[in-house]
Design a protein around this ligand. Structure first.
Ligand code: ATP
Length: 245
């Protein structure tokens, strides 16, 4: 599902203490793209994602998903947050089934998908575990399986892996890229880490000063390995991006 953002402006606290992280921002995201949104702290990345999610109404401008105006949250747009947002009182399997169950989808429809994504994220055999019995990386795997099991068209991910160590994060990158390749969903992934964006994205936009400061295509084939850190073209792209941060 494609996303069109036109003239997006968000002002918090109108008046003398007004903050306007986004001002007249335009962005088109084609269906199936893996877009990373990069930017310095406090420049409106999360605000942008919340507008696309329908969790925040813009002060001006519009967000459209597949040609329809976003006016509130919808199951067609799934979110994964930085915090461990999975409910601690639900076992792994119930966490992964939470979305379709709460939408009253018949179990015969969601059960095979839930099992598939449980396996795909590497949690087969842990279905009856409680979140507190899992590592931080495994809890993230539950969150990723849960969002895919709810079958949104668009995945909005706000620094989902930033609390994880390098190796755990790399593992989750591989899992996410495999699931993205398999399902063809549109992903908007916010990060402040240039290397994470280069590892994941088809395209990277830098958000700063209210708008899109840079918009680059990432030309590297997948799977991308640590060798990318040594690659001259990747270094040039990294330098360009860092120059905008
Ligand atoms: N609900 C709110 N009320 C008032 N100001 C807000 C609110 N949400 C965000 N802001 C302000 O808007 C600006 C942009 O915040 P936002 O969280 O979108 O930035 P960000 O780029 O995601 O930052 P970070 O990388 O640190 O997460 C900041 O100055 C923040 O303080």
């Amino acid at each position: 599902m494609s996303i069109q953002i036109r003239g997006l402006t968000v002002t918090f606290n109108p008046g003398p203490d007004a903050v306007t992280p986004l001002e007249n921002l335009d962005l088109d995201i084609p269906a199936g793209q893996f877009l990373c949104v990069l930017g310095p702290s406090g420049q409106g990345k999360s605000t942008l994602l919340r507008c696309v999610a329908g969790l925040l109404q813009p002060t001006a401008g519009t967000v459209e998903a597949h040609g329809r105006r976003v006016e509130g949250p919808s199951a067609t747009r799934g979110m994964v947050f930085q915090q461990d947002a999975i409910p601690g009182w639900l076992r792994v399997a119930d966490n992964i089934a939470l979305g379709p169950r709460s939408r009253k989808i018949p179990e015969s429809q969601w059960r095979p998908q839930a099992l598939h994504f449980t396996e795909a994220v590497g949690l087969a055999g842990r279905e009856r575990a409680w979140p507190r019995e899992l590592s931080g990386g495994m809890r993230k795997r539950v969150a990723v399986a849960a969002v895919f099991a709810n079958d949104p068209d668009i995945l909005l991910m706000d620094e989902p892996f930033s609390s994880l160590d390098h190796l755990t994060r790399q593992g989750l990158h591989r899992t996410l890229l495999d699931l993205w390749a398999e399902t063809g969903k549109t992903i908007v992934f916010v990060t402040h880490d240039t290397d994470e964006a280069l590892a994941l994205a088809d395209r990277i936009v830098v958000i700063a000063g209210g708008g899109v400061r840079a918009d680059v295509v990432v030309p590297f084939a997948r799977p991308r390995t640590d060798a990318l850190r040594m690659d001259a073209q990747a270094n040039a792209l990294r330098a360009t991006l860092l120059g905008h941060l």
